[in-house]
Design a protein around this ligand. Structure first.
Ligand SMILES: Cc1cc2nc3c(=O)[nH]c(=O)nc-3n(C[C@H](O)[C@H](O)[C@H](O)COP(=O)(O)OP(=O)(O)OC[C@H]3O[C@@H](n4cnc5c(N)ncnc54)[C@H](O)[C@@H]3O)c2cc1C
Length: 237
């Protein structure tokens, strides 16, 4: 919604379209909230890291929990994977884990398509530079060129970008990921501790309540169920 003065109002603004931001924005939009996903580069939505693997002993469990909550990461991995492996297969069940090696471009393209086709979800390229405060509460976000988006809630999923540094031997330079800018303004906006706390809250709420309902997928697959059959566990409160 745009007011006469050009201000835009949303229920939720999500900063950053990495793994966490994509899930947060989709969950919010699917709950019926008018959502803005603000990210630095529209072509890097769902960008995977240098080794495009999803899974492992920690992340594999997380992906299944996201899947049980109706998220996209597992489904997208099923569609983009080129190799599935069960790690520690010769050891006890407690240390076994699924890991899928993905086609990086395919994963990114499929996630971008899902995001762009999602009703209630607007995607915009820009770098969030400041939080807009109203009576001491975060009431929105301002990007680097001064465009303000007001929201009832702001979710910060900026990954490793806040004042990011890359070290190569003894040399180091500012970067979010290799080839991408660091997010310096948002770090300097006095929002870095707030940003970290909110990112933690967002991650916690994405996984909360999922343990008892996380179905074990068939061996070597993250979802083991047809598209569109996600459990409907999110509620607007
Ligand atoms: C060097 C390195 C290697 C890694 N290797 C692996 C690996 O091999 N396998 C693996 O599974 N994991 C790996 N990881 C971890 C993996 O990259 C992270 O767990 C995952 O990407 C985190 O997802 P995220 O959504 O939190 O953040 P990210 O994927 O980092 O996404 C952050 C998003 O926020 C956006 N953003 C940042 N600041 C702003 C701003 N101010 N305004 C708007 N948008 C903003 C960025 O553009 C980006 O889209 C690696 C991490 C690093 C640093």
């Amino acid at each position: 919604m745009v007011s006469l003065s050009g201000m835009q109002f949303f229920d939720v603004v999500v900063i950053g379209a990495g793994h966490a931001g994509c899930e947060a924005a989709l969950a919010s939009a699917r709950m019926g909230c008018r959502t803005l996903l603000l990210t630095m580069n529209l072509d890097a939505i769902g960008q995977m890291s240098c080794n495009p693997a999803v899974g492992g002993t920690a992340k594999g469990h997380l992906v299944r929990e996201i899947d049980a909550l109706g998220g996209e990461m597992g489904r997208n991995t099923d569609g983009a994977a080129i190799q599935f492996k069960t790690l520690n297969a010769s050891r006890g069940p407690a240390v076994r884990a699924s890991r899928a090696q993905c086609d990086r471009a395919r994963y990114r393209g499929a996630m971008k398509r899902t995001i762009e086709c999602q009703p209630n979800l607007e995607v915009r390229q820009g770098q969030a530079a400041r939080f807009v405060l109203d009576a001491g509460r975060v009431a929105g976000v301002e990007d680097q060129i001064g465009v303000r988006s007001w929201a009832r809630a702001v979710v910060v999923t900026t990954g490793t970008f806040l004042r990011g540094l890359i070290h190569v031997g003894l040399a180091r330079h500012s970067a979010g990921r290799a080839g991408e800018f660091a997010s310096v303004d948002l770090s300097n906006a006095g929002g870095s501790s707030l940003a970290r706390r909110r990112a933690c809250d967002a991650r916690r709420s994405t996984t909360r309540g999922s343990r008892s309902s996380a179905a074990m997928p068939s061996r070597g697959r993250f979802t083991g169920r047809p598209l569109g059959s996600s459990s409907n566990k999110f509620r607007v409160t």
